[in-house]
Design a protein around this ligand. Structure first.
Ligand SMILES: *[C@@H]1O[C@H](CO)[C@@H](O)[C@H](O)[C@H]1NC(C)=O
Length: 187
C-alpha cells in the first residue's frame, strides 16, 4: 500500500466503511468534482503515486460548512481544472472522528482543509495563504480554496525539484537565468 496514512487512522477508518457506502461522497460540496471517500485510502488495490491529496473536513450541522457548500454548488466548477492534480478526499459526518489530532494542527474547527504529499505524508505547513496565522486551514469560498490549491501545488513542486540543471540555465534568457540562480541560492 502506497499511502502510509498513520496506522491508527487506518484501523479507525475500517470501522467507518459501512457508514460511507452508498452516501453522497461529495457531502454537498458539488458532485461534479471527483470527491472520494476516506475509505478509498484503505483499498489495498488503490495506488496514488502522483496526485497531491486534499482533505476537506465538514459536518452537516455546521453553518460555515453550509455556506461553503452553497458556494461550491454555485462556483465549484472553477476547481475542475486544478482538481485534476489532486486526490480529493471528502470527510463528512462520523468519518471526522476517525482522523487523529495531526489532521487538526490548530484546532478541530470545520470546514477545514489539509494537504498531503501524494504518498500520504501530511503537510500542515501548507496553510490557507490568506490566513496562515489563525485558523490556518479554514476556507470560506471556492476562490480561497483555489488559491490554496495553487499554493499547495507550488510548494509541493518546489520541493520535488531541488536542483536546477546547468544546461537549462545556459539556454535561458538572462532574466530567467537570474531567477534560476535566485531559486538555487534559496534552496
Ligand atoms: C513522501 O514524499 C516526500 C516527498 O517526495 C518525501 O520527502 C517523504 O520522505 C515521503 N514519505 C514517505 C513515508 O515515503
Amino acid at each position: 500500500m502506497k499511502i502510509p496514512v498513520c496506522a491508527l487512522v487506518l484501523v479507525a477508518l475500517v470501522q467507518s466503511l459501512t457508514f460511507s457506502q452508498g452516501l453522497d461522497v461529495s457531502n454537498g460540496f458539488n458532485s461534479k468534482l471527483d470527491w472520494k471517500p476516506p475509505s478509498l485510502l484503505l483499498d489495498p488495490t488503490f495506488v496514488n503515486d502522483k496526485k497531491a491529496i486534499l482533505f476537506i473536513f465538514s459536518q452537516p450541522w455546521c453553518g460555515a460548512c453550509t455556506k461553503l457548500k452553497a458556494n461550491f454548488m454555485q462556483d465549484g466548477e472553477k476547481l475542475l481544472d486544478i482538481s485534476k492534480d489532486f486526490l480529493l478526499i471528502n470527510v463528512g459526518g462520523d468519518d471526522n472522528n476517525k482522523f487523529g489530532g495531526e489532521f487538526a494542527p490548530d484546532g478541530g474547527y470545520i470546514p477545514r482543509i489539509l494537504f498531503a504529499e501524494p504518498n500520504g505524508t501530511l503537510r500542515p505547513d501548507i496553510k490557507n495563504p490568506a490566513n496562515p496565522d489563525q485558523y490556518a486551514y479554514f476556507y470560506q469560498s471556492v476562490d480561497a480554496v483555489k488559491a490554496g490549491m495553487e499554493n499547495a501545488l507550488k510548494v509541493l513542486v518546489e520541493k520535488k525539484v531541488p536542483e536546477a540543471k546547468p544546461e537549462e540555465a545556459s539556454t535561458s534568457t538572462p532574466k530567467e537565468a537570474e531567477k534560476a540562480t535566485d531559486k538555487t541560492s534559496e534552496l
